[in-house]
Structures are given as structure tokens and as C-alpha cells.
Design a protein around this ligand. Structure first.
Ligand code: 5AD
Ligand code: SF4
Length: 440
């Protein structure tokens, strides 16, 4: 009988793609996917540690497997990713959950197959966390699960050390992939019919800084030289390095979506300084202005954090002010979470939870109002949706427009992987409802 794997992913797009790599490794060893942990021969947890709740979530789910492991001792449990990469985390994990079989980190995720081979036929757990970055792998080992969308890493790690952020500690220094390798991977995906490619890096604007040949805007131009219809996105762009050369590249190539994710984090200059973000609110807004001057229909999404150490009501109001001024179409909002080992974790003036909660509620209210308003402006318009999936519950096809807005529609035919024009009939929620007016 075929062996089965089940992967649980926490955190960001980067992790989702890394789980595709883990899936590729498992498939190359004869495992097939199962959606049920009960049926799995191996359960892999690909963890995140960016906020405390992501860690608690993973801990809770790993703990919940204790019974199953007792009933089926042959089932393997592996835990890897950002959480285990933190100093001392692997030991803590093993102490709390001695039934875990394999522990690996971020730097050796692509070596998971070798760890699995080592574990099979051996009683003792295999624990292997590297403290240094591994070689950048160029072969695409992913088993992709999100056709017609695909993710492509262009770089790994982060050099910015924003004072709240654990990422530079668990993902190491910036390493860019060779431009030819990125272009070849994208071309291969397009040859295979993928229609939307998202380039991934913690700070895509510093792509190439470590190898010096091709800058990020040049990389985008190389990819877009393939003159056919597809969508190209990238995340994440750090505002400090976001410049006109990049905006010109977006303006010149229609494959590049007119939605830019530009995390602002806060609107108070004092807090931005404490966060080590290296820009002021004014500089941020000037970049937004430049972007909208060159690409008038360009929309913006962002990440915002509340309750950073020492944040006052006045600082928080500056964030609300900036949210109004920048007119974001979407914002991911977070309560600051104290991450041990970061500079902010040791700052005086940590903000009480009640204050953080009250602020996040006010922020979410403002952001939702802006998103709803933007949605309403869609009514009666025709938008192009790249159909991604069929929603069994709603019995509707779904996809996104280039601005990332979700749209639903009915169709007799399977539209997955097609660009479809829909006439928007309802846009009262955050997503759009429409009827097909034309097809690819
Ligand atoms: N607490 C809360 N949010 C955080 N982020 C990063 N670190 C923290 C933290 N310690 C948020 C930032 C970042 C997004 C990916 O996660 O807003 O842009
Ligand atoms: Fe974290 Fe800042 Fe790097 Fe983003 S740019 S991963 S927030 S340190």
C-alpha cells in the first residue's frame, strides 16, 4: 500500500511554498498526499514564529497528536521551519513532545529527504538544526498545489533587522538566486501553463545586492521579456528601498500587476525609528505619490502593527492618519508580539494587552471601511479575473483581479486557469460577485 503524508503549514506565503518543496521531497520517496492525519504515515509541521500565536497554534496541534502516535507508533512526526530554528527551540520541543521523530530548521529544509532516510529503521529521533545558511538550491523540487498560481523564491533571508522581527535570526542573511535560474524557473512554469507567478523574498528590492549582477527591476524586465499574457507579482517590498526604477519597470510591462504590497508598519516617525525601518511617514507617502503619479490606477496593500513598545495614543493616531492618507485597498493588521532575541523584546514600555486590543479594533474598523468603500466602487464595472478554483460550497468559480480582489461567478464550463471578464453585479462584502461577459 502507498505511504501517505500530511503537511500542516503555518505562516506566510514563503512557508506555503516551502511546504510545496517538502511535498516534492516526500513524493520523490513514494509518498502520496492525504488530507487526514489519522491516515498519514508521516505528519510534517512547517512552523512559523513571527508572532506568539503562530507558535502557540503549532504547539497545540503537535500536542494533539500524542494520542494518535500512541495508537500508531509507526506514524512519523516531523517538525521544522522557523519555530525550530530559534536558539534552544528544538530542545524545548523535544522535552515537551518526546514523541516527535524528526526536527529540522529553515536552513536544512531542502535536506529533509536525507533526514527522513536517516530516521526510517531507527528508533532514536533525528534532530538536525543548522546554525548557518545552506547552499542556495537551483533545482525546482516543488510539488505545486496552486495552479494556475505559482511561487518562485528569488532570494532567502533578510539583512534589515527591524527591531521587532525574528525573521533575520531564523532565516539568516540575504542570499539571492542567480537571475538565469529565476528566469528559467518562471519560463518553465509558463510553459507548463501557469498564469500567475509571485516572486518571493523578504525584501525583494535588495535582490542582487549580494551578487551584484542584476538588480530587482532588471530581473522583472528579463522575466517580462517573454511577450505573452501572464501576471507577475512580488512580495515583499521594503519602502526604504522602493524606488522609481522599479516603478518604471512596472509601468513598462503589463504583466506586472498594479497592486503593490508595501508594508508601512506604523505612522509615527518616532515608532518607525524605534522599529529601525529607516523611513519616515512623509517619505513613505512621497513614494506612494510617486507610484500613483507614474501608474495612476496602482493600488496598495500593506502590513500595519499596533502596540509596539512605548506607542502612545498620539503615535497610534498617526498610524490611523497615515492609513487614511495612503488609501490602502487592503491591510494586514497585527498586534505587536514580543519575540525573544529581538531588540524590541528588551525595550522598556511594553504596551498592556487591553490597550493593544483596543487599538487593533479601531484600526481594523478603519481598514474595513476603506476596503468596503473600494469594493462598492467595483459595482457595474467589468473586471478580468484569473479563475483559480471552484468553491464547492458556494457552487461558484472564483479567482482574483490584478488588484487581488476576489471575484465569484457561475459557469457551465471549467474555467480554472483562464482569464475571464466578469460584469460585477454585487460588491457589498470584501469580494465581488459577477457574470461572465467574455472569455479568453
Ligand atoms: N509582532 C507582530 N507582527 C509582526 N510582524 C513581524 N514581526 C512581528 C511581531 N513581532 C508583521 C509585520 C510584517 C508581517 C509579515 O508580520 O507587519 O510585515
Ligand atoms: Fe522582518 Fe523587517 Fe526583514 Fe521584513 S524587512 S523580514 S519585517 S526584519
Amino acid at each position: 500500500m502507498e505511504k501517505k503524508y500530511h503537511i500542516v503549514t503555518y505562516g506566510c506565503q514563503m512557508n506555503v511554498h516551502e511546504s510545496e518543496k517538502l511535498a516534492g521531497i516526500l513524493r520523490s520517496r513514494g509518498y502520496a498526499e492525504t488530507s487526514s492525519k489519522e491516515e498519514a504515515d508521516i505528519v510534517v509541521f512547517n512552523t512559523c514564529c513571527i508572532r506568539e500565536n503562530a507558535e502557540n497554534h503549532a504547539y497545540g496541534n503537535i500536542g494533539a497528536l500524542k494520542k494518535l502516535k500512541k495508537a500508531r507508533p509507526a506514524m512519523l512526526i516531523a517538525v521544522g521551519g522557523c519555530m525550530t530554528q530559534q536558539p534552544g527551540a528544538a530542545e524545548r520541543l523535544r522535552k515537551k513532545f518526546p514523541f516527535v521523530d524528526i526536527v529540522f530548521g529553515t536552513h536544512n529544509l531542502e535536506e529533509f529527504g536525507a533526514l527522513l532516510d536517516r530516521k526510517i529503521g531507527r528508533k532514536k529521533a533525528v534532530i538536525d538544526i543548522w546554525d548557518k545558511e545552506g547552499e542556495v538550491r537551483e533545482d525546482d523540487i516543488s510539488f505545486r498545489t496552486s495552479y494556475p498560481n505559482a511561487w518562485v523564491n528569488i532570494m532567502y533571508g533578510c539583512n534589515n533587522f527591524c527591531s521587532y522581527c525574528i525573521v533575520p535570526y531564523v532565516r539568516g542573511r540575504e542570499r539571492s538566486r542567480a537571475a538565469e535560474a529565476v528566469v528559467a524557473e518562471v519560463n518553465d512554469l509558463l510553459d507548463r501553463g501557469y498564469k500567475e507567478i509571485t516572486l518571493l523574498g523578504q525584501n525583494v528590492n535588495s535582490y542582487g545586492n549580494d551578487c551584484g549582477e542584476v538588480s530587482f527591476p532588471q530581473l522583472l524586465r528579463k522575466i517580462c521579456a517573454r511577450d505573452e499574457k501572464f501576471r507577475l507579482r512580488f512580495m515583499t517590498s521594503n519602502p526604504k528601498d522602493f524606488g522609481e526604477e522599479l516603478v518604471r519597470a512596472i509601468a513598462d510591462h503589463r504583466q506586472l500587476c498594479h497592486l503593490i504590497h508595501l508594508p508601512v508598519q506604523a505612522g509615527s516617525d518616532r515608532i518607525l525609528r524605534l522599529m529601525n525601518r529607516k523611513y519616515t511617514a512623509r517619505e513613505y507617502l512621497q513614494k506612494v505619490e510617486m507610484l500613483r503619479r507614474i501608474i495612476p490606477d496602482c493600488q496598495l496593500s500593506t502590513d500595519i502593527m499596533v502596540g509596539f513598545p512605548t506607542e502612545t495614543e498620539e503615535d497610534f493616531r498617526a498610524t490611523l492618519e497615515l492609513v487614511r492618507a495612503a488609501d490602502f485597498s487592503a491591510a494586514f493588521t497585527f498586534v505587536y508580539s514580543r519575540r525573544s532575541g529581538t531588540v524590541a523584546a528588551d525595550m522598556e514600555g511594553q504596551i498592556p494587552e487591553e490597550v493593544q486590543k483596543e487599538r487593533i479594533m479601531r484600526l481594523v474598523e478603519l481598514v474595513n471601511a476603506q476596503t468596503r468603500e473600494k469594493s462598492l466602487s467595483y459595482r457595474g464595472k467589468t473586471v478580468e479575473i484569473l479563475c483559480e478554483d471552484y468553491d464547492d460550497k458556494k457552487r461558484l468559480y472564483m479567482g482574483r483581479d490584478e488588484y487581488g480582489r476576489m471575484g465569484y461567478f457561475t459557469s457551465e464550463q471549467n474555467r480554472i486557469g483562464n482569464f475571464v471578464d466578469i460584469h460585477v453585479t454585487d460588491s457589498s462584502g470584501i469580494s465581488l460577485m459577477g457574470e461572465i461577459v467574455a472569455k479568453e
